[in-house]
Design a protein around this ligand. Structure first.
Ligand SMILES: Nc1ncnc2c1ncn2[C@@H]1O[C@H](COP(=O)(O)OP(=O)(O)O)[C@@H](O)[C@H]1O
Ligand SMILES: [Mg+2]
Length: 254
């Protein structure tokens, strides 16, 4: 996928899900379709460019699964998804990876840092995967990665390996890494889940700053009520279905 990136347009950070379902065959079951586990069932959702959407729901309700599908990490059993103006069904795995590398940020619930790389090297990975038109030198990648780690309060931890970092510190490395490619859409799966209140608040501030300054669309799974109050819309998921959508309607900080 060496071609230039498409010109930015208003739909460039929009997300549309139509009738999305995700089903898994239960382990050990026969392939007769009767023993399927239905994880998502008929999800319809449109997220506007520049919107901040929080997804709430009990454990096991399908939040992580939905985020992974919207981000093109996985393919749905049924339904259609458009991400950043592109219909994901038309893309093979490599093309979806290229789209993510160019335009999407993802903060994983389990961090997913590369254990053999330092914090600095982990944050440099997306900078080394940028499309040709935006390629940066190794020195530039390092400078950018150091600045991102400083912003999440880890300037003194750049040379630590993931195993030498606390859960909260690993989470902050994951957030710095997700910002590195200047995504138009950023997905975050419980990004403040392992942080104390003060650090969690700072991370939320960083996310909202990205939204305000660059118009980045944010899709955040969280249990953090404070974060949810700051969203434009809150989507409640229950047993794989959308149970309700609310507008908190409370003035956002900043
Ligand atoms: N790859 C998979 N194969 C089978 N079942 C899965 C898979 N991924 C998730 N599930 C199941 O789907 C349900 C929803 O999972 P998940 O999306 O992680 O929920 P949440 O993030 O809301 O806690 C859970 O019951 C989980 O066990
Ligand atoms: Mg989850």
């Amino acid at each position: 996928m060496p071609e230039a990136e498409p010109t930015p347009n208003p739909s460039a950070s929009r997300i549309v899900a139509r009738h999305v379902a995700q089903r898994y065959r239960r382990a050990g079951s026969r392939d007769d379709g009767r023993e399927e586990l239905v994880v998502l069932d008929g999800v319809d959702l449109e997220i506007e460019a520049g919107e901040v959407v929080v997804i709430l729901g009990p454990s096991g309700s399908g939040k992580t699964t939905l985020l992974g599908l919207l981000a093109g990490l996985d393919r749905p059993s049924e339904g259609e998804i458009e991400l950043a103006g592109v219909a994901l069904a038309g893309l093979d795995e490599d093309a979806r990876a290229a789209l993510r590398a160019a335009r999407i940020g993802f903060v994983f619930q389990g961090f997913h840092l590369i254990p053999t790389l330092t914090a600095l090297e982990n944050v440099m990975v997306p900078l080394e995967l940028l499309p040709a038109a935006r390629a940066v030198s190794r020195d530039e990648a390092e400078t950018t990665a150091r600045a991102l780690l400083a912003r999440v309060g880890l300037a003194e931890r750049v040379d630590h390996y993931p195993a030498q970092l606390s859960g909260g510190e690993q989470q902050r490395v994951g957030i710095a890494r997700a910002f590195a490619n200047q995504p138009v859409v950023l997905f975050a799966d419980e990004p403040t889940g392992n942080l104390d209140r003060a650090t969690g608040g700072e991370i939320a501030d960083l996310l909202f700053e990205l939204n305000r300054q660059r118009g980045t669309t944010l899709v955040i799974v969280t249990h953090d009520e404070e974060l949810a109050r700051r969203a434009h819309r809150v989507v409640r998921l229950a047993a794989g279905r959308i149970a309700g959508i609310e507008r908190p309607g409370i003035e956002r900080a900043g």
